[in-house]
Each structure stands twice: as C-alpha cells, then as structure tokens.
Design a protein around this ligand. Sequence first.
Ligand code: SF4
Ligand code: SF4
Length: 448
Amino acid sequence: MITFRGGIHPPEFKELAEEKPIEIMPAPKQVVIPLSQHTGAPAKPVVNVGDEVKVGTLIAEPVGMISAPVHSSIAGKVKAIEPWVHPVLPVPTKSIIIEAGEEDELDPEIKPRSDNEIEELKPDDIREIIRSAGIVGLGGAAFPTAVKVTPPKDAKIDTLIINGAECEPFLTADDRLMREKPEGIINGARILAKVLGLERAFIAIEHNKPEAIRVMTETARSVWPEAEVLTVKTKYPQGAEKQLISAILRREVPAGGLPFMVGVVVQNAGTAYAVWEAVAKRKPLYERVVTVTGPGIAEPKNLLVRIGTLAADVISHCGGLRPSASKFISGGPMMGIAQASLEVPVIKGTSGMLFLDSSKRLFAVAEESSCIRCGHCVGICPMKLVPAEIARMAEYEKLEDAERWGILDCMECGACAFVCPAGRRLVQWIKYGKTLIFAERSRKKGNK
Ligand code: SF4
Ligand code: SF4
C-alpha cells in the first residue's frame, strides 16, 4: 500500500467520534476572535468597539503578503478589542470580542453564485475570492490558501493533492466531512485545480476510513472523474505534506524546501470544502468542523463551530467534562498543544479539542532516563533525521551543530518521543533548540 519511509502506528482511538455525524453547534452568546489565526502577520481591525456586525462581516483586514482577513462569526456588537488567551501563541493576543444580538443574521454579501457565474471565474478571480474569504489551511498549519495557490512564476506545478489522510489519533473531522460533504470537497478540488492550471487531482485518504474512501470515490465518478481517490496506508504522520508527496509521487521535497519545488500543491480536504463554499456561496471562513473527543469529555462529537467560540462553551455543549478529565489539548495528541485555560477560543486552525483522562494514561509520558542507543527514533523519523543526537545538541545549546544535523527540518511530529523507551523529551528539546535559533536570527536581524 502507498506510504512513506519511517513513521509509527500509535493507537487510533477514532471510534470515540467517527460515527458521530457533524452537528451544528448553536451560535454562542459571545465570541473572541483573535487577529492572529494564521501563519504570517496578524490582521488589522476595521471595526471599533460599539460597531454592529453580522455573520460574515469583515472585522479585520490582512497586513502584507502573508496574512488573512478575519470575519465575524456571529451577529451582534463589538464589545472590546483586547488581548485574550490564545490556543497556539504563548501570550494573550489582540482579539475582537463580539456579543451576540437578538438575530443570527447573515451579512447581505453572502449569497450564492449561479453555476454560470462559477464557470466564468478566471484563476485570478478565484484567488481573490479565496483571499478575501480569509481561507487558510484547515489541517492545522493555517497557512493562507491564496498564497499557497500562487506559486512563484517559474514553479512548474503538475500535481494537486487533496489531503484527507487525517493521521492524528482521535481526530475525525475530515473523515466526517468527506462522508457528509463529498460533492463540496470534490468541487473545491476542481476549483483549486483550475487556479493552478491543472486538469486533475489526487485525493489521498488513509485506509482506516473505508466509508470516506467509498463515498468520495463514488462522488468523484459523478461530479469530477478527474479526481482520483487514492488509499494510503494508515501510518503517522501520513498527512504531513512531504510524507504524502513522497508516498504518492516518490518525490522528495528538498531540506528546508516547499512542495511547489517538486511541482506539487497540497490542500487539506476541509480547506477544499471552504474554497467551494467561498466560491459557490460567497461565504467567508467563519466556522469550521472540530472533533471534540477523548475519554475526558462526556459526549464526544464532530461539531460545526463558529470561530471564536470558547472551549468552555464547546465543553458544555458536549455534556461537560468527566470528573477524571486531566488534560486539554487543542488539536490531536501528537502535534496538538496542551492548554492551561478553558477560555481559549476555537480558531481557524482548530481541528480538534482533546480531553484526556489520567486514569487510562493514554499517551502517557514515561519517566525520563538516559538514551540507551537503541536507534528506534532514527528508524522511524519521517524526515530521516537523527533525533537522539539533535535533541542532545539542542539540550546543550550546541546550536550550530544542531543546524548542521538538520534541526530546522524537524516538523515536530513527535513520533521520535513516542517510541523512545527512555522517555527522552526529544521533540521538546528540538523545539527548544529551534526557538533559540529563531530568537538569535531575529536578534541579529534587529541589530542590522
Ligand atoms: S526528529 Fe522531528 S521529524 Fe523526526 S520524528 Fe522527531 S519530531 Fe518527527
Ligand atoms: S529512541 Fe530514545 S533511547 Fe533509543 S536512541 Fe532514540 S533517544 Fe536513545
């Protein structure tokens, strides 16, 4: 079966939510919408405290090339613009706080396009629609999609891959979306292909999602037969871009490089759906599907949630936390980020909210001891790195050595730490080393 070299097989725990159809969570009474929800510069507010907004109203505009606009996810009044805890960033960041009004009214700009109007759109029109809808990669990285579908002029793109691998344990949001909205995803793929000047696309799905594979294959036949559904092996991190490209095309993205360098653009299945909604309905990205799961939550669900909804509101919609809940992670257990507050908002990149339970010790971290030189971390590293050595260099702040050994190519997938019998905090040390390297680089830049 199609796959990449290395990787691991962590327990999947998908059964908690995979049979739960996507449920629409009612709009909350208040949302907190951070200005920084994407890779790149934070957006700049275009509303003031006291302004009335509707669902989908532009509330912040992009700043510079790599940025994305932000839209209101509820109708109501801007209550404050102030720092708030963020699920990804380590410090509170400026956010627009909106209090709901009486009616959950849509912005009048949100209205469908006819099939003819859609057909007549040129690639640049579509890029502008994607940009102004604030669409970013929904797989977690939140890179602005309009930038990703505008590769450098000399790049020869020959392949579009729609990523439906969803290799993180517990998460089922993409699986449900592919089962419930296959037409939208395939139409989104067709639109993305048109932007890139391509006639076809691959849709990659891990083999632990047989129903999604069946539904997407059948739908592709009737909607756009040029979309070829490929079954890839269930293995972590199969959904990482470079691993998917290696598995499907046997092309290796160079160290420090990007997929366009080997002629490929990869888009998450949820992103393709958001593109379809932006084009067909003029709908900006103000809501997304989030898997709320884990042994610590009373009722695991796949929820369509308004951006800016607080974790506390999502938890009460899912029946509350179980008494044994001990850890809250935004994202999956491998690459997600542990949270210290239930007041963090759902942002565009929130694919899951995971509530772990101490009694079951899922993904428990072993007591740390010395490296026993077993080599497991080297054998499984999907980036072909030597995690034991790089982590040691980072720990002792030998940063030049760590850079030479490829620390910046580490995608922080956590697979090495997962297999280490000595409980070495490999990925934590690597992240520490990378933080020091980037801090030093920006210090040098500031001195120039
Ligand atoms: S070194 Fe980085 S890329 Fe390799 S397994 Fe560890 S976290 Fe993943
Ligand atoms: S897996 Fe752990 S113990 Fe084995 S070589 Fe890597 S760091 Fe050392």
